[in-house]
Design a protein around this ligand. Structure first.
Ligand code: ISJ
Length: 363
């Protein structure tokens, strides 16, 4: 009986000693980050302390070095928080996101910037753009596409009128839950609130399990969660953040029809992000309405062997051009092969706007 107790005691002592080391090392790291900030401030007044490409490199390196037993993503999340705290020491990053509080966009913002960032909810996507343009916040986070439901047109359209750049992307696995107030019984649920996108993502599950319940679309999942807090006959479809924020119980977990359901969010700001080593570029291209225009646009991508990851068409709202294409591809605008391709595309298009080159989402 004494043996295990002794070794348990010994292990706890070892953990305490390790914690001392971790504490010392994190403090040393934070002091280094502070010095980096001092050097930046000295060399360029008004400098941006946050460096997306450097953060991506730090996280990728940690994931490569990690040998377990924690898995690499878990380890990167811990380092994400260490970096976030180090950065906040100098200047907490202020981030506007498509609110209200408790939405997946807030979850994406905190996943990308860490919990030390200050996140501010905005009522609409164009308000997020405006807040960043006005300089009231450093960055904005907006959803751009969902793997089940497709592109979010509001976000693409906002880029057409904006001079902001894309500084990063973050992909979030979207898990929806059926949430109720603590006293609500399953057989009493006659109404379900959610955002139309979430209804669409859970349609089959709802048809199978709650065919009779009235489905009421609202402006966000978080709003749905807020409503059911006081309605004993209603349920909401929303994510973990909203469940926690409103203290709701889960009647059913992960009810999305597709297990790989995920949403991609963009980080928007005023920065041109240098090469991180694994980057993506987003463009808006306006073409004249003439035969072979689309082929002419795509051909240089093919010839320079550039991997296009997305192509969206949007109606042009200016009337001058007939098509506007949103294109994402792998590579950074400063890589010679990409620069050569862009030059050729520029010759063929009516207008090309590079929305940004940025690190491929790490977490
Ligand atoms: C320390 C720096 O500044 C910030 C803090 C970082 C960190 O804690 O590792 C990384 C990038 C920047 O967001 C830096 O540029 O190296």
């Amino acid at each position: 009986m004494t043996e295990p107790t002794l070794s348990l005691e010994a292990l706890r002592q070892r953990i305490d000693a390790l914690d001392n080391d971790i504490l010392r090392l994190i403090s040393e790291r934070a002091a280094c980050a502070q010095q980096v900030a001092e050097i930046k401030a000295e060399h360029e007044p008004g400098a941006v302390f946050y460096r997306p490409e450097r953060e991506a490199q730090v996280l990728r390196r940690i994931m490569e070095l990690n040998q377990g037993p924690l898995d690499s993503e878990e380890m990167a999340r811990l380092f994400r928080e260490i970096m976030s705290a180090c950065l906040a020491l100098e200047q907490p990053v202020k981030v506007a996101y498509l609110g209200p509080e408790g939405t997946f966009t807030q979850q994406a913002a905190l996943k990308h910037f860490g919990e030390s960032a200050i996140s501010l909810p905005m009522a609409a996507i164009d308000e997020v753009f405006r807040e960043v343009e006005a300089g009231a916040v450093n960055y904005g986070v907006v959803p751009v596409e969902n793997s089940t439901e497709g592109v979010i047109n509001h976000t693409l359209d906002s880029f057409m009128d904006s001079g902001l750049r894309i500084c990063g992307e973050v992909v979030l696995r979207i898990h929806h839950h059926l949430l109720v107030a603590e006293t609500t019984r399953r057989d009493k649920v006659s109404r379900i609130y959610s955002h139309p996108q979430s209804f669409a993502q859970c349609r089959k599950w709802l048809d199978a399990h709650f065919p009779q319940a009235e489905r009421v679309p609202v402006s966000s999942n978080a709003e749905a969660a807020r409503l059911v807090k006081t309605e004993w006959h209603s349920a909401a479809i929303a994510g973990d953040m909203a469940a926690k924020l409103y203290g709701l119980a889960k009647l059913a977990e992960k009810i999305e029809d597709r297990p790989d359901n995920s949403t991609r969010f963009l980080i928007i700001g005023n920065q041109d992000v240098p090469i991180s080593g694994e980057d993506k570029t987003s463009l808006v291209v306006a073409m004249r309405n003439q035969p072979g225009a689309l082929h002419g646009l795509l051909e240089p991508f093919h010839r320079h062997q550039i991997d296009m990851t997305r192509l969206e068409t949007r109606p042009s709202r200016t009337g001058v051009w007939n098509y506007v294409f949103f294109i994402d591809f792998k590579g950074h605008r400063e890589e010679p092969r990409v620069a050569a391709m862009l030059e050729e595309v520029q010759l063929r298009a009516a207008e090309v706007k590079v929305l940004g080159s940025y690190p491929v989402g790490v977490l």
